[in-house]
Design a binder for this molecule. Structure first.
Ligand SMILES: [Zn+2]
Ligand SMILES: [Zn+2]
Length: 418
């Protein structure tokens, strides 16, 4: 079913859900035993490797444990979007995530949170066979390769794969802190019983002081009255606490209208463009920038200004919201400026601090070609000589030394600030 350009998938997703849980386990194994997640796409692996290199350069040992959530554990939910060949399903499920950070001497951070992992899982559309040159990495040894090569046997480890074994692939993933439910009811009960007890004690004391005797019929109205007062106090408390948190909970909500307008405009120029695709794409570019030790060496980074030091402090980040500030489409080139609302872990002067960050990032793309969901910066084909190489690491083709025009095929970053 398609609503506002988004495919809502209500069919049986047992297989996807199973793979979602496998990916969550593989993430845990990656952070604890260095085994790359088999379900991760090449670009996702690249991002994870960059992050690990950053930890090492800072002298940090970071372990992330992904487990079952403490509270209720509903089945993951999913929605999907597609281009001509692939379907991307965004699968979200609850997990408990424990992050432990140690420096060379001691543990400096340890926190367990109920979180939502959202993984974008890609697979070919039903009845569609993707091209042989579709970039894919070998699930066995991780070497960059293509669908065709992996079906006839990986060049490095010789393992042969069937199409079924190569998909889905997790193109991106994000982690959000889960909103707590059920705690409000507990809070109300607490307020009611505490105030009932206080009023009961106060009532008894005043009766005794006035020299009157106390019967059961004096106690019941006191308890009842106390509970009612408790409800009043709770409503008052809730009003102020929501008011106080409002700034945080509504972060980014004001940008919804401009974001939708941008996406509508882009969809007119490129029917395969979708809001979900752009959110996932921009978030994965942001993570590349944050996790890279030398972001300016990335091919996707074409920022003139130096990267702010504060951004380099970020060692881990979770997504809260994002939105479009402004955009322009001129002569087939789209420039868009975004704001990301992130909850990040900063490491500075040997200390770990959790902060809510507002990160601005500008992106650019030449919008001649429709969106290619399987595009991978780890394996691009040179338009001059046809050779394939890893554009994430080298900006020019190692075979004919012509520079690779990334912005014609994918979004690039032109500015980032905090
Ligand atoms: Zn292999
Ligand atoms: Zn070339």
């Amino acid at each position: 079913m398609e609503i506002f350009g988004v495919n809502f998938n209500f069919s049986d997703n047992k297989k996807l859900n199973h793979q979602f849980h496998s990916f969550a386990n593989q993430l845990s194994v990656w952070y604890n035993n260095d085994i790359p997640p088999k379900l991760a796409s090449q670009d996702t692996r690249f991002m994870l490797e960059l992050q690990k290199q950053k930890f090492q350069s800072l002298g940090l040992d970071v372990k992330v444990q992904v487990g079952k959530p403490a509270g209720h554990d509903p089945a993951p939910s999913s929605i999907s979007y597609s281009d001509n060949v692939f379907v991307n399903s965004s699968v979200a499920g609850n997990k408990s995530i424990t992050t432990t950070i140690r420096d060379s001497q001691k543990e400096i951070y340890n926190k367990t949170t109920d979180s939502v992992i959202c993984a974008i899982m890609q697979q070919p559309k039903e009845g569609n066979i993707p091209s042989h040159d579709t970039p894919l990495c070998c699930p066995n040894c991780g070497a960059p390769s293509t669908l065709g090569k992996l079906e006839s046997g990986c060049e490095f480890c010789n393992t042969k794969f069937l199409m079924d074994e190569l998909y889905p692939k997790v193109m991106y993933y994000s982690i959000e802190e889960a909103h707590k439910s059920g705690t409000e009811m507990n809070q109300l009960l607490k307020f009611m019983s505490v105030s009932a007890l206080l009023i009961l004690v106060f009532g008894i004391v005043s009766e005794v002081v006035n020299g009157r005797s106390i019967g059961v019929f004096d106690i019941i109205p006191l308890l009842f009255g106390g509970a009612v007062v408790g409800v009043g106090v709770w409503i008052f408390f809730m009003f102020f606490s929501t008011f106080f948190h409002m700034g945080k909970d509504l972060r980014g909500a004001g940008k919804t209208a401009s974001s939708l307008q941008f996406c509508r405009k882009m969809r007119k120029l490129d029917p395969t463009f979708s809001t979900e695709y752009f959110r996932d794409k921009s978030l994965s570019l942001l993570k590349l920038m944050l996790y890279s030790r030398e972001p300016q060496e990335l091919t996707v980074c074409q920022c003139d200004k130096p990267i702010p030091e504060k951004l380099r402090e970020i060692v881990d980040t979770t997504y809260f919201n994002s939105g479009v500030n402004k955009y322009s489409i001129k002569d087939g080139v789209c420039d868009v400026s975004l704001t990301f609302y992130m909850d990040s872990i900063h490491y500075h002067d040997g200390n770990i601090r959790k902060k809510s960050d507002k990160i601005r990032m500008s992106l650019r793309k030449v919008i001649k070609k429709p969106t290619d969901l399987s595009f991978s910066i780890i394996a691009v084909t040179c338009p001059q000589c046809g050779a394939s190489f890893d554009a994430a690491k080298v900006k020019t083709c190692p075979f004919c030394s012509s520079s690779y025009p990334v912005e014609e095929n994918d979004w690039i970053i032109t500015d980032i600030s905090l």
